[in-house]
Design a protein around this ligand. Sequence first.
Ligand SMILES: [Zn+2]
Length: 116
Amino acid sequence: MATSFITIKEVPISNNCPECFNNTGLKIIYKQKFVETKYYKSITDTITQDIICDNCHTTIYPVRWTEDIERVVAYQKKVLSPKTASTYLKKRTWVIAASTILTILIIVSLLIYLQL
Ligand SMILES: [Zn+2]
C-alpha cells in the first residue's frame, strides 16, 4: 500500500516570519493524503497543513505561530475546499470481480443443468 500526500493548495500569507521576520516568504501548504493499492485508489479526508518560509527555508511549527498567524490559519482552514474523500476501484479489481461472478454463474447453471 502506498500513501502519498499531494499538495492541494498553497496560500501565501503576509505575516512576519517568526524566524527571519520577513513578511514576504510565508505560505501555508495544504496536503491531502492519498492511498493507492493494487486494487484501488483512495482519497482520504486527512489533510495536513504546514507553514514554511521561502526566505529562510524554515518550517514554522505551531509552537512558533504568533496570534496573527493563528488567525490566518483558522480563516484559511474555513475556506479550504479539499477533494471529497472517495475510493475508486482499479480495472484489475473489476476484472477479478467480473470473472468471479462469471465463474459462480457457470457453476450454478451447471448444477441446475445436472439436476434436471
Ligand atoms: Zn523566514
